[in-house]
Structures are given as structure tokens and as C-alpha cells.
Design a protein around this ligand. Structure first.
Ligand code: NAI
Ligand code: MG
Length: 357
């Protein structure tokens, strides 16, 4: 059956980079239908809400959502529930997207953009699997109260609850082990089991699930050590799995190793492999409307969509290879440009990827 893709370009540079991703997808002539809808600031302008009912309905009935970016500063003064970014949270919640896949890839042609020495990052290709709907961000109870005991009894205090249930860890474990099977067969589980009960449960569960994947080597690492290893010897890591809080921080740390926010894709998935695929960057309102944004993160997000939601891994490979090729040929948008390379616009970069296909 023909699969359906909801195309939500969003605001800011969203429409410019999405046009390039669609150009690339259509050049592959896949058995897919694409349906566009408004989200973020442009949806607020048209419907008075960043995630209108019609957009949410389209997302729910699609096999995958290709998402651009939202957050144009024109809407900075809106109340929080009307701000463009609420659309992403709303979609995550409505679709039950509990997996966040964040690859950090440093192309050998772009090592000059990294904050680390070239030899540490050249060829870096790691995948962070972050649990996205649990942990201290969602645990109850939370709030403010007058501290009942201890050194600061009688003072106001704030509290959150770190919480993970066994099935919640199990389902993310399976995703991570499967991802490791498809890559280097090595999985690093990151926790703080020397201090936290949730982490001990996490670790026990990982060990149990590991028995179902005898071809994958499981290693445990404390989160403080993982933070160090990421900047010391990141190429020794391949697939990392971790909870929501640690994953939030480590995935941003890993992104910086690659040096170029315009190159990084991400995916959020549910049990049915339905997913939302978007660049890791925001809507870059400072450069919107100028046709100079880097469309490669959006194009690579489309590749992830083909791989993880639509069962079209060959097509995903083709896109990833084409991206490597345009970089090898020296095409660069402004954000990754250096002396001696061919400076191109957003749409020219899209054309170059199509040509490389
Ligand atoms: P940003 O990622 O939009 O921009 C940071 C810097 O990187 C800017 O200088 C921008 O020009 C540059 N940049 C980002 N993407 C680029 C690309 N593809 N090509 C070339 N340069 C690029 O982050 P910022 O400025 O913190 O946020 C802007 C808005 O985006 C905010 O309203 C924020 O809330 C929202 N945002 C939305 C996200 C999403 O849609 N998932 C994620 C992060 C931020
Ligand atoms: Mg973050």
C-alpha cells in the first residue's frame, strides 16, 4: 500500500529547507504520497493555534511526519501554550513518540568545523538513542512546598521526581539493541547506577534484554564518564542508549563535536514505527527568507524517515551517499563554508544532492 507522509514545513527557514528535501525525495520516485499542512508560527497566523486540529489529524493518519522547524521570533511574545514550539510537544504527545534518535556524524570534509582536533572526530558516526517521554521531565509528584525536614526545614523548596517503569525501559532497550544490530553491534547504556534507583532498574533491565541480542555487546557507563568520553575519544562509541535527562544533555554535547548544526538530523518514533523526522536545529529566523540556510539536516531527516518509518533503507542509503558526495565535491552553504570550497545557496545545495543521486 502506498504510504503517506505528512509534510509540516513550519516557519522561519522551514519552508526553504523542506522544499529541498521534497525535491530530493521526489527525484527518487518512491511509492509515497505527500500531504502538506501548516504548523508553528504560520499555523498560528492562519488558524490562531500552532498545532491546528486538521494538522494533528493529518499527522496521526500518516505513516511519518517530515517536520521542518518552528519558532520564528515574530511570535516570541505569545503566551506559552500558543508559541510555535508547543506544536512539537503536542505532536510528540499525540503520537506517543518515546524514542529519540540523534545521530552525530562528522563528515571527514567538515572536520575543520568541529570543536575538537580533526583526528578525534574525522569519520565520527555515533547514534544516541534517548528515551523521550519519561524520566524526571514527566515524573510526578513535582512542585513547590515548604521543606518539611533537614537542614533547610521551613524554607521553600522545589522538587521533581525521577521515575522509570520496567516496561518503559524495556521498549527503549529493544529499539537500542536493534539499532546496534544494524550498526557496530556494540551498545553503551548510560546511567548513574552508583547513585540512582531508577538507574539501577535501567541497568538490570538492559542486562535482561541483552540476552535476546547475543550478537550485541552491552557495556554500561556512568553518565559523568560518558560526558568525558564524548570529548576524549568519541570514535570509540557507536550506539548510546540513555534516559530522557541524560540524553538531552549528551545529545547536544555530541552535536557540537560535529561542529555544524545545519547537518544534523533527528527522529522521534513510537511503537508502530510511526515517526517525526526533523533537523536538530531551530527555525533560524535570523537567516530566514534569504535562501542561504543549509538544507542537509532536513534532507538527512528525510533519509532517516525512509529508513526508520517507511522500510525503504536502500533509498535512505542513496540520499546519505549523495550528501557525502556533494560534500566531497566541495559544495558548501555559508554555515559550513571554508576557503577553496564552492559556496552555494539553499536551493543550489538541494539541486546538487539531486544531481548526485
Ligand atoms: P536555531 O537552531 O534556529 O539557530 C541557531 C543558529 O544556527 C542561528 O545563527 C542560525 O542562523 C543557525 N542555523 C540553524 N540552522 C541552520 C541551517 N540549517 N543553516 C544555516 N544556519 C543555521 O536556534 P535558536 O536561534 O536558538 O532558535 C530559533 C528559534 O527556533 C527559537 O524560537 C527556538 O525556540 C526554535 N527552535 C525550534 C526547534 C525545532 O523546531 N525543533 C529546535 C530548536 C529551536
Ligand atoms: Mg536539548
Amino acid at each position: 500500500m502506498t504510504k503517506k507522509v505528512a509534510v509540516l514545513a513550519g516557519d522561519g527557514i522551514g519552508s526553504e529547507i523542506m522544499a529541498q528535501a521534497l525535491k530530493v525525495l521526489k527525484a527518487l520516485d518512491l511509492d509515497l504520497v505527500y500531504e502538506e499542512a501548516l504548523v508553528g508560527g504560520v499555523a498560528y497566523a492562519a488558524y490562531g493555534h500552532p498545532l491546528p486540529e486538521s494538522t494533528l489529524k493529518l499527522a496521526k493518519e500518516s505513516d511519518a511526519v517530515l517536520f521542518g522547524a518552528v519558532g520564528d521570533f515574530k511570535y516570541d511574545n505569545l503566551e506559552r501554550h500558543l508559541r510555535p514550539e508547543q506544536a512539537i510537544l503536542g505532536l510528540r504527545k499525540a503520537l506517543g513518540l518515546f524514542v529519540n534518535l540523534r545521530p552525530a556524524v562528522c563528515y571527514k570534509e567538515l572536520t575543520y568545523a568541529s570543536s575538537l582536533k580533526p583526528e578525534l572526530v574525522s569519520g565520527l558516526d555515533l547514534l544516541i538513542v534517548r528515551e523521550l517521554t519519561g524520566d524526571v521531565y514527566f515524573g510526578q509528584p513535582r512542585g513547590r512546598r515548604i521543606s518539611p525536614d533537614g537542614l533547610f526545614a521551613g524554607s521553600e523548596e522545589g522538587f521533581d521526581t525521577m521515575r522509570y517503569s520496567k516496561p518503559e525501559v524495556e521498549r527503549i532497550a529493544h529499539v537500542a539493541f536493534k539499532a546496534a544490530q544494524g550498526r557496530g553491534k556494540h551498545l553503551t547504556s548510560v546511567d548513574k547506577a552508583n547513585v540512582l534507583e531508577t538507574s539501577q532498574l535501567w541497568r538490570d533491565t538492559m542486562n535482561r534484554v541483552a540476552k535476546e541480542y547475543p550478537d550485541v555487546t552491552l557495556e554500561h557507563m556512568y553518565v559523568d564518564n560518558a560526558a568525558m568520553q564524548l570529548v576524549r575519544a568519541p570514535k570509540k562509541l557507536d550506539v548510546l542508549v540513555t534516559g530522557n535527562l541524560f540524553g538531552d544533555i549528551l545529545s547536544d554535547e555530541a552535536a557540537m563535536l560535529t561542529g555544524s548544526i545545519g547537518m544534523l538530523a533527528s527522529a522521534a518514533l513510537n511503537e508502530k514505527k510511526q515517526g517525526l523526522f526533523e533537523p536538530s536545529h531551530g527555525s533560524a529566523p535570523d537567516i530566514a527568507g534569504q535562501n542561504i540556510a543549509n538544507p542537509l539536516a532536513q534532507i538527512l531527516s528525510a533519509a532517516m524517515m525512509l529508513r526508520y518509518s517507511l522500510d525503504m533503507p536502500e533509498a535512505a542509503d542513496k540520499i546519505e551517499k549523495a550528501v557525502k558526495r556533494v560534500l566531497a565535491e566541495g559544495y558548501r552553504t555559508g554555515d559550513i563554508w571554508s576557503e577553496g570550497c564552492k559556496k552555494v545557496t539553499c536551493s543550489e545545495m538541494g539541486d546538487a544532492v539531486v544531481a548526485a543521486l
